[in-house]
Design a binder for this molecule. Sequence first.
Ligand code: NAD
Length: 456
Amino acid sequence: MDNYHSLVNKQRLFFLTGITKDVAFRLEALQKLRNAILSHEKELMEALKADLNKSEFEAYSTEIGMELKEIRFTLSNLRSWVKPKKIKTPISHLGSTSSIYAEPYGVALIISPWNYPFQLAIAPLVGAIAAGNCAILKPSELTPKTSEVLGKLIIKIFPEEYISVVQGGVETSQALLDEKFDYIFFTGSVPIGKIIMKSASKNLTPVTLELGGKSPCIVHEDANIKLAAKRIAWGKFMNAGQTCVAPDYLYLHQNIRNKFINHFREAIKDLYGERPLNNPNYTRIVSKIHFNRLQSFLNNGEIIIGGAANEEGLTIEPTVLTNITWDDPVMQDEIFGPILPVLEYSHLSDVSEGIHNHPNPLALYLFSENDNVQQEVLNSISFGGGCINDTVYHMVSPYLPFGGVGSSGIGSYHGKGSFDTFSHQKSVLKQTTLFDIPVRYPNVKDGLKKIKVFLK
Ligand code: NAD
């Protein structure tokens, strides 16, 4: 097994030179990264096609273009983010000023998954660079072509003592985790997230865990049904449902069940044609193991839309299952595929109860035209983030920090959130030497009485 001790050491020494903290250095690195992405666009698209059969449209909109935009946003804001923040000082500290300095942690480890293999590796890297860290990136072994292009791209523009890509699977990840990092940013499944946190605890390394879970999508009886159907079909079947924030299952109000299903069928047809399995741009499932797991759900409840699968091509039609309960196998874990089970409800309280009995979702979507219904759901259910009357879209705003809560994750990122995540907030008090207020000293006359004026 490889030993990454010398690589981590090299990065630590490079970090200690202080060069990565220089703002001009960070901006130049981000610009280099942006240029490299632009010049590798075609290769990246080919790799994403080979790994997951992603169409050029999906590859650009959800991976390449998204990261170009993220870098551009960071480039135009970084100078203001790095400025020390002057903050208030209480009267008891007369003569001093207070500031918070955003300070890079040092050497960061970024471990990423396969479902958006480019976006989910680059997005945290942008934050690590912006905050002034060195980083080692371990992309997914399940999307080898994209990981290879990623490695090539990084090696061309950065020395390994600054940013480095390490290829490999579980053993590589574990060998990396044996080293001491100053920050670990992990995106992946809940069980592996627990392993990462345990490993990080050896050195008390701070972590961000971007995990998954079952994200509900509620369609209330007063929803704009046609639009809801279109937006849910888009968010669910993009990347063949292999999206951490895809609606995992539907809570559908029983009064609008049939109407919704009809619109949903139409929406799927509009997006992927009469026969999605024959659509050359329909994303495939990442591996045979994942395909088999998904296929086993097709006998849960009743298939009302789709249900066909192509074993050779590893594709599964956009599928909707009805007559589902929380006891069905498809409701036990995150589905991560193009299968949408439907639970019906008549009272919103049943929805909150059902969700409360399970781990906090990473995302939640509610379709309703009624403010009170919207407030009730927002107030009563805890979830990482989400949308009202849309799906997935919240995660592409650089102004909305993105992350989970409870078992769907720890911490958040995107836009300034990424800079904050990879920065320690160093609080500093600068005291005057022109005078010295005596009340804090134990030898002052009537000390207790005087200190009580300030501390009460
Ligand atoms: P995964 O947890 O299996 O793997 C993620 C990474 O961890 C890979 O790089 C893998 O090599 C590494 N890894 C696997 N086993 C390991 C071990 N025992 N020790 C150390 N490292 C190990 O996840 P995945 O299958 O690649 O991705 C799918 C999961 O990721 C889903 O649960 C999904 O919800 C989640 N996800 C979350 C987000 C988010 O932003 N919150 C985004 C995408 C995916």
